[in-house]
Design a protein around this ligand. Structure first.
Ligand SMILES: [Zn+2]
Length: 331
């Protein structure tokens, strides 16, 4: 991805950081609370360039070797900490390494920067180890934590970080930026699948995302219409692009909830028990919300060894209109 295009929805944050740095009031620790794919890591990298740029009058200039090395994640005074390989967690050894790194004298005679992303992947032991560094940060140290769910971090860590919030941009802003950063592409269709997450879209193959999105929708409609076999479809989904397909599943369910709310189908449903009425809803709202939760759970546990095909098949069976299984409000 080109590092040149600035996401314009982050200008308030970059201005605030630049002003704090100019007054020598930059905090030791920042917590960037981002909407998924909203640009938290981009902002963290920008902050690192701010303090490691070699053009002090114009920092971050974006063009000097300091800025370029930060963007390539190869700056000797920058440590970038993320889950390793297939792990979903940041482990204590990684935090200890980071602390040791930050304690060394900077190569460039200035700042040392540590970026932890996603910081909500710090496991309990790693978070405790990080606390020591946050309590007594070495001078001229900048620690940047990027998280989509900071509530998963201990309060002791949160209270020691200055928080910056990155909201999801408007669709038009995302599209403008994606065109600038990545050129032409089916960005609208990719964002329909990924949500308002332009940085995620920029790192993807938008054509493939759009294609998987269309395929997933077709499968789900066919399942809901009783026109395809849940076993075969579950096996097919489990074989490729499962995380993306599960995201599509979640979107599809959420859309059904919205449609039901708009049409008033759920209101009728609450008043009169049998819901399979004129609205064409095939599941009640409780079922839909339950399914959304279960799809999310499956997405969150994809690294746990289990038979994904079987788990998925069970979910698919719930949307198949199998004679009378789902046509009554329980309880
Ligand atoms: Zn620079």
């Amino acid at each position: 991805m080109s590092g040149a295009a600035t996401p314009d929805w982050l200008s308030a944050q970059t201005e605030a950081l630049a002003a704090a740095f100019a007054r020598a009031h930059l905090p030791h620790a920042l917590l960037i609370h981002e909407a998924p794919g909203g640009g938290g890591e981009w902002l963290a990298s920008w902050a690192a360039q701010l303090v490691l740029c070699r053009n002090p009058g114009a920092a971050p200039c974006g063009a000097c070797p300091g800025c370029a090395r930060v963007r390539a994640r190869q700056h000797p005074d920058l440590a970038w900490v993320s889950p390793q390989e297939d792990s979903r967690q940041i482990r204590i050894e990684q935090v200890r390494e980071l602390a040791a790194e930050l304690a060394l004298t900077s190569h460039g005679g200035g700042y040392k920067v540590g970026i932890i992303t996603p910081a909500d992947a710090l496991n309990r032991f790693a978070a405790n180890a990080l606390l020591k560094t946050l309590e007594e940060p070495p001078a001229r140290t900048l620690l940047v934590l990027v998280a989509t769910q900071p509530s998963r971090l201990p309060a002791t860590i949160l209270s020691r970080c200055q928080r910056l919030t990155v909201r999801a941009p408007q669709r038009a802003q995302s599209l403008r930026w994606l065109h600038e950063a990545r050129g032409e592409g089916p960005w609208e269709a990719a964002l329909d699948v990924l949500g308002e997450a332009p940085l995620l879209a920029a790192a993807s193959d938008p054509g493939e995302v759009a294609q998987v999105g269309a395929d997933a929708r077709e499968t789900l409609e066919a399942l809901a219409g009783g026109r395809t076999d849940p076993v075969a479809q579950a096996e097919r989904w489990a074989r490729s692009q499962l995380p993306l397909r599960l995201l599509c599943f979640e979107n599809w369910l959420t859309e059904r909830i919205r449609q039901g709310e708009r049409s008033g189908a759920f209101l009728t449903e609450l008043r009169a028990a049998p819901y399979l009425s004129a609205g064409g809803t095939f599941l009640n709202i409780r079922e839909l919300f339950g399914l959304v939760d279960e799809v999310r759970d499956l997405r969150a546990t994809l690294d746990v060894p289990l038979n994904r095909g079987v788990a998925l098949e069970a979910l698919f069976r719930r949307i198949v209109p199998a004679g009378g299984v789902r046509n009554g409000v329980q309880g």
